[in-house]
Design a protein around this ligand. Structure first.
Ligand code: ADP
Ligand code: MG
Length: 573
């Protein structure tokens, strides 16, 4: 319960100033609303020139006398109109602030989530289902903004309720007591029937949405295969099975939580009838009752409406709790990093230049941590020579890519370490700027070819850009496009050939002027002639730098200074 509150507070108070302003404006808006309802009574009593004023009328009358207003229908009407105008102004202002804040919260959360993904170990991210992750980042942050709006509604409703009850007390204590009893009864009923139910619905909803997102994600990413195998109807049915289930529980939830409203209204009408009958039995003059009844009906109706909004907000909020947990977990994803090495980046160690050979010191790695006997990479110990070209060979699945991911700092060894200039690789802050990898499979982003090459790097050296793109023959095909480098790449580059995509990604790497360049089977989508040509271009551009290449074929062996073969987790020279 208490850690719940801490979590919600943490999610809500992303900007203390803004949240405070929102709370104050809400308070003023509710206050003005209450007052404007309260003003109905003296207005009516004055109009009907009732002799017996209620407490509320007397209080308002003394306030009027205090500011020097005479009490007549006109003055009360003017005050009433002014109040209504102010009330509505603040109501709109409150709406504006609420909407603004809730979307602002989402921006902050997303920023924190991406910051956390940035800091967390890559291996951990690969363990999370991508569709599920997409759902959590996109959908659950959205749900959580809804939850935060519910939270604001709970807060404002609660204050409204207190305020209306206060006005009712001043109007008629008997009636207030009856209303309060009913309100408490309905609140407890809600607590009993819908509180935990809503939470359960929320859990199920998140779970199903994750499933649906991940299946839809699969269907869209592999649409080519699905069409080629003619299994679209089956896939659609598969998706709809989950969506159907989701519909069932959501409809049920809507009906259950909505039913608080009619229940409350029925109670209110019953109470009013009982109250009128009771009053009638005491007094025979119903005229005196009219102003009072007006306030009771208006305020009572408003109060009950508020109560039902309050309860609906509580139930919705409970439904969103799971979303809060999910996004909070994401925001703290990096906190559960297992490896001490990734945390060591606090020191400001920077790599400028590789000064000596890269030392691979007793490095072991397995994806399956429990399987200690059969290690993918087993106690590797050797040096990668500085400024030289090293080629790695080995069967598919022998661990070449895994080794290269260790070398780029993406993965962390289970035991042992990799040393660069006598420091552990993971301690450098800028390691990703200096060790750059081009891999076999690349995904381009929906942006221009130029942006895909720059890839968020601030870069003004046009000449160097031209040098690289012409040497890598990127120019050849890009210039055949109407918009040249401003051509937008769609669908992760599906409409480019494998070779074209690869050239863009090689340019992306070289433009960063890496100290160490890692090429992981980059030419599998090229023919032999192109393959050799592209390696020769890259190596010319990287002259004097350290290059590590994993490749099946032997066609570039002549360029190599060292060649290693991976066999059963060991490197053989
Ligand atoms: P190579 O590049 O030599 O073809 P990899 O290093 O890609 O080999 O893969 C080596 C082994 O590790 C394979 O058996 C593969 O199934 C497994 N593997 C690769 N990536 C992962 C991962 N993220 N999680 C679990 N196992 C993986
Ligand atoms: Mg590989």
């Amino acid at each position: 319960m208490f850690e719940n509150i801490a979590l919600i507070r943490q999610l809500f108070f992303q900007s203390k100033t803004y949240a405070s302003i929102l709370i104050i404006v809400s308070f003023i808006s509710i206050f003005l609303e209450g007052i404007s309802y309260a003003a109905i009574l003296p207005l009516l009593e004055n109009y009907l020139s009732s002799e017996k004023g209620s407490n509320l009328s007397r209080i308002i009358a003394s306030i009027f006398t205090y500011i020097g207003f005479s009490i007549n229908t006109l003055s009360i009407s003017i005050v009433f109109i002014i109040l209504i105008i102010f009330k509505n102004f603040f109501r709109i202002f409150r709406e504006y602030l609420t909407a603004n804040y809730k979307y602002y919260l989402r921006e902050i959360w997303l920023e924190k989530i991406y910051n956390s993904l940035d800091k967390s170990e890559y291996e951990k991210i690969t363990l999370v289902n991508r569709g599920k992750l997409y759902n959590n980042v996109y959908h659950e942050t959205n749900n959580s903004t809804q939850g935060m709006e519910n939270l604001i509604e709970i807060f404002t409703s609660l204050i409204s309720l207190i305020f209306f009850i206060f006005i009712l007390i001043l109007t008629s204590i008997q009636f207030t007591l009856i209303i309060a009893a009913i309100a408490i009864f309905i609140f407890l009923l809600n607590r009993l029937l819908l509180y935990n139910y809503s939470k359960k619905v929320g859990n199920k909803e998140v779970e199903l949405n994750q499933l649906v997102s991940s299946v839809i994600n699969d269907s869209l990413v592999s649409i080519k295969n699905i069409k080629a195998f003619r299994v679209m109807p089956e896939f659609s049915k598969y998706i709809n099975n989950h969506v159907k289930y989701l519909r069932r529980i959501m409809v049920q939830w809507r009906v259950y939580t909505f039913s608080t409203m009619p229940v409350i209204e029925t109670f209110l009408v019953l109470t009013l009838i009982v109250f009128i009958l009771y009053w009638n039995s005491l007094n025979d003059n119903l005229i005196t009752l009219i102003p009072l009844l007006a306030v009771i009906v208006v305020v009572g109706q408003r109060l009950m409406q508020q109560l039902s909004r309050f309860l609906i907000a509580i139930n919705s909020f409970n439904r969103m709790k799971k979303s809060f947990y999910v996004i909070n977990e994401l925001m703290n994803f990096d906190k559960k990093n297992k490896n001490y090495k990734t945390i060591n980046k606090e020191n400001n160690l920077r790599l400028d230049e590789l000064k000596k050979d890269i030392e691979i010191n007793n490095v072991s790695f397995n994806y399956e941590k429990s399987n200690a006997n059969n290690k993918l990479l087993n106690n590797l110990k050797f040096n990668i020579r500085k400024g030289k070209i090293t080629i790695l060979k080995g069967k598919s699945g022998s661990g070449k890519s895994t080794f290269l991911d260790l070398l780029s700092g993406l993965l962390i060894p289970d035991t042992g370490s990799i040393y660069i200039n006598n420091n552990e690789l993971y301690k450098y802050k800028n390691i990703n700027e200096k060790i750059v990898t081009v891999s076999q499979k690349n995904i381009l982003i929906t942006d221009t070819i130029k942006e895909n090459i720059l890839f968020f790097k601030q870069f003004n050296d046009e000449e160097y850009f031209k040098k690289i793109t012409s040497k890598l023959n990127v120019d050849d095909f890009v210039n055949s496009f109407e918009n040249n480098y401003d051509t937008i790449i769609e669908n992760s580059g599906e409409n480019l050939s494998g070779g074209q995509m690869q050239r863009i990604c090689i340019a992306r790497a070289l433009i960063r002027k890496p100290e160490i360049l890692i090429l992981d089977e980059i030419t599998s989508s090229l023919d032999e002639k192109n393959e050799k040509e592209i390696f020769s271009s890259i190596l010319q551009l990287m002259k004097g730098k350290t290059v590590i290449i994993s490749i099946h074929k032997s066609i570039i062996d002549e360029f190599a200074d060292d060649i290693y073969n991976i066999e059963n987790g060991k490197f053989v020279k």
